[in-house]
Design a protein. Structure first.
Ligand code: G6P
Length: 360
């Protein structure tokens, strides 16, 4: 273990720190000599033929799928649904005429996702697996594979695979848009390069993340993560990270849902972590923060450069608005990591969890 971890105390910290390098690797692997986006022709044709995409995944990979849906719909204009694999089997929606299934799985071995793959293959549908592991079951059994190029992920809590999944999905969606002659006004590779720099800046601010973890999460039994739009998806992932490794009961939800129940749980000192990276909902999420603060919550606002206000706890470097999950999540990963460390938790091997779940 010691050799592989190098100078890092934990695999999780090492893997968080590797994310800028993984972004660079993805940029290299998915562009041609002229710097144009490049994916396997058969994959872009399968996407072009599809009238609807069904993303199937579990856990963190499911959360990456939620972000991927935004890219496929907003950039490529392909209707997309995201489903938790374990539910899909019994609650299969009415399928479109020409569906394409995208399986997202770091390990490529998750049993619940595989069960869906077996099922849809029997029905004759096409599938693409986005995975970190070449030759994994889901990769071998699907028609097509896109690799994450993230290198082995050892810590149970997934970090670099999540950002790699989102980056690969952004590339897939941009290629699909190009194939359909849709001008998205996004030059993706330079935008991903900016993401790389922004990730490094946050990683360099690890001490600040440790302070935030200490200030907001050291004493608490629970914590809430709120956000709207893209920030909602990242709030789900942020709360999952925190609960997985620190055992703090954490819940992520949409800012607008606060008033429909969760606000009843806010007490004096309850930590609420809010993301404010989306211009069109900046005022509404800040309204939510005021609502919880009025009931005693201790709010930590993480915003994007350009949308920041004086009261914000941390300001993320500016990146393309739809790519903010790649950046905001790094702050949440680090905050969760330090919260778990402060509680003497086994960061890399949290209780009751397995890195890859090969049973139903
Ligand atoms: C396990 C891991 C999670 C992971 C999920 C899906 O529960 O602990 O970190 O997100 O499986 O794994 P996959 O390999 O399919 O992405």
């Amino acid at each position: 273990d010691d050799i592989e971890k190098g100078t890092y105390a934990h695999f999780m910290l090492k893997e968080i720190n590797e994310q800028p390098a993984v972004m660079r690797k993805i940029i290299q692997n998915y562009q041609d000599d002229e710097g144009q986006l490049k994916i396997d022709r058969n994959i872009s044709e399968a996407v072009k033929e599809a009238d609807r995409v069904y993303i199937i995944a579990c856990g963190t990979s499911y959360h990456a799928g939620l972000v991927g849906k935004e890219y496929l719909e907003k950039w490529a204009q392909i209707p997309t649904e995201v489903h938790v694999a374990s539910e899909f089997s019994y609650n299969m929606p009415l399928l479109s005429e020409k569906p394409l299934f995208i399986f997202i799985s770091q390990s490529g071995e998750t049993a619940d996702s595989r069960a869906v793959l077996v099922n849809i293959k029997e029905k004759g549908y096409k599938s693409l697996t986005i995975t970190n592991v070449q030759g994994s079951t889901l990769s071998r059994e699907a028609n097509f594979t896109m690799l994450l190029h993230a290198g082995p992920e050892i810590a149970v809590a997934s970090t670099k695979a999540y950002t790699a999944q989102i980056a690969v999905l952004s590339i897939l969606a941009q290629v699909a848009a190009r194939d359909n002659n849709i001008d998205t006004n996004v030059d993706l590779m330079p935008e991903l390069a900016k993401v790389t720099t922004a990730m490094s800046a946050i990683i360099d601010d690890a001490d600040r993340m440790e302070e935030i973890a200490r200030e907001y999460l050291s004493e608490t039994r629970n914590a809430f993560f709120i956000g709207r739009s893209m920030d909602y998806h990242v709030s789900l992932e942020g709360s999952l990270k925190l609960k997985e490794i620190s055992y703090i009961q954490a819940e992520g939800f949409a800012g607008g849902e606060l008033k429909h129940g969760t606000i009843a749980l806010i007490e004096e000192g309850t930590p609420v972590l809010a993301l404010a990276t989306q211009e069109n909902v900046n005022l509404s999420i800040r309204g939510n923060v005021q609502e919880v603060e009025a009931r005693g919550a201790k709010a930590c606002i993480i915003s994007s450069e350009g949308l920041e206000k004086e009261e914000d706890t941390y300001v993320l470097p500016h990146v393309h608005e739809l790519l903010t999950p790649l950046v905001s999540v790094v702050a949440y990963q680090l905050i969760s990591y330090y919260a778990a460390l402060h509680r003497d938790c086994d960061v890399d091997k949290p209780r009751n969890l397995a890195k890859s779940v090969t049973v139903e």
